[in-house]
Design a protein around this ligand. Structure first.
Ligand SMILES: [Zn+2]
Length: 109
């Protein structure tokens, strides 16, 4: 889990797991682990939809109850909150899923 949070190889913890922002490297530069065998697919996005949906919908209801803003305020506020939270956590969730696939040795192919 620590290696996933650091964005490093799930096997050695030294090589980088990502090239760029969220694209996985094909192979660990340190130990040579074939990371292309592991693919989180749509799992991270689906998981984040469930997590942030469960958190943001009640907050939207609370805002509506307390302040009754126009709908465009909801669209802007919650759209930006959802986009920001997703961009900040997508990389971590993807690394955790790849680390769990490695731990249980269940690569995509
Ligand atoms: Zn490695």
């Amino acid at each position: 889990m620590r290696r996933a949070l650091n964005g490093t190889c799930p096997d050695c913890g030294q090589g980088k797991l990502f090239q760029g922002k969220i694209a996985l490297v094909d192979q660990c530069s340190h130990c040579g682990l074939d990371i292309s065998r592991y693919n989180a697919g749509d799992g991270p996005a689906t998981l984040l939809i469930f997590i942030y949906g469960a958190l943001i919908v009640p907050m939207a209801f609370l805002l509506e109850t307390l302040l009754e803003p126009p709908l465009w305020v909801h669209a802007i506020v919650w759209g930006l909150v959802m986009l920001g939270a997703t961009l900040l956590s997508l990389r971590v969730i993807k690394a955790v899923i790849v680390a769990k696939q490695f731990e249980f040795q269940t690569p995509e192919t």
